[in-house]
Design a binder for this molecule. Structure first.
Ligand SMILES: [Zn+2]
Length: 266
């Protein structure tokens, strides 16, 4: 099972939305069964003062080229939400168009380039969003009957999004699927990963861990040792028979590996 690494006293020192996001991201990235290296991304929506001193709604999201486990505040990209929101009305958008558009939404030109998965965070109306690639969820999302298994685990609390490569279309599909299920607590992306959210950074992290553990518990309960990897093909020989075989073959093996350059295997 995946362990929660949340430390209340460390977390309480993080006061801004961005600091809380950095803390959560590092926790997620420090467990590779939650997120693989350089994989996944996290975000928070908050209000900051812009260069003219006005309050603006900003989404901080992991930028391209960093890893959740080691990233710092400077590795997040701040994007003006008011500029991004109208995009959901579009029918389609190429990667080039999207990257160029997001470039105009950046609140600071020194921030890293926004990743191709940015819009999946922006289109969801939740304050904190995690997108991860957890081992247990990947097993589920890659299974031929993954959606049926997910129903057994999560009931009607999930939405399933068929495989589409990351970009505008996938982000819009995720948002629309979530909007159409009032009970949705998570998104399972076929052959890809997980999306979870929360009203606080702690709630979001707890939800990511809880959802993964529900899948882990389900998988563990169904692992049948006897049929694992096709089951036992050849029963093991009795210990005394194994010892007899070893005593007969070992002199030959020793001879074969020790007959040159005075190297001896004892
Ligand atoms: Zn992903």
């Amino acid at each position: 099972m995946v362990q929660s690494l949340w430390n209340a006293s460390q977390a309480s020192e993080k006061t801004t939305g961005l600091e809380q996001l950095v803390y959560r991201s590092n926790l997620i990235g420090s467990d590779r069964s939650v997120c693989n290296i350089y994989g996944g991304n996290t975000s928070t929506k908050t209000t900051v003062k812009d260069f003219r001193g006005r309050d603006v709604e900003v989404m901080y999201v992991k930028g391209s080229g960093s890893d959740l486990g080691s990233m710092e505040a400077k590795h997040f990209t701040g994007l003006g939400l008011e500029d991004i929101r109208p995009l959901i009305e579009r029918e389609s958008m190429s990667d080039e168009e999207m990257v160029e558009y997001l470039g105009h939404c950046m609140i600071d030109a020194k921030h890293p380039r926004a990743s191709i998965e940015t819009l999946l965070h922006a289109f969801l109306p939740y304050k904190h969003v995690d997108h991860t690639h957890p081992d247990a969820i990947i097993s589920l999302c890659c299974a031929h009957n993954g959606k049926e298994l997910a129903k057994e685990i999560y009931g009607d609390r999930f939405v399933w999004v068929p495989y589409v490569r990351p970009g505008f279309t996938l982000s819009k599909m995720i948002a629309e699927s979530v909007f159409s299920n009032p009970n949705a607590e998570l998104v399972l992306m076929e052959k890809h990963g997980l999306v979870t959210w929360g009203e606080t950074s702690e709630e979001c992290y707890a939800q990511t861990i809880k959802i993964i553990n529900e899948a882990e518990a389900f998988i563990e309960a169904r692992v049948n040792e006897e049929s694992l990897f096709g089951g036992v093909k050849h029963p093991a020989l009795a210990a005394d028979v194994r010892r007899q075989i070893v005593s007969r073959v070992m002199p030959t093996i020793r001879g074969a590996v020790s007959d040159s350059k005075n190297d001896f295997v004892l």
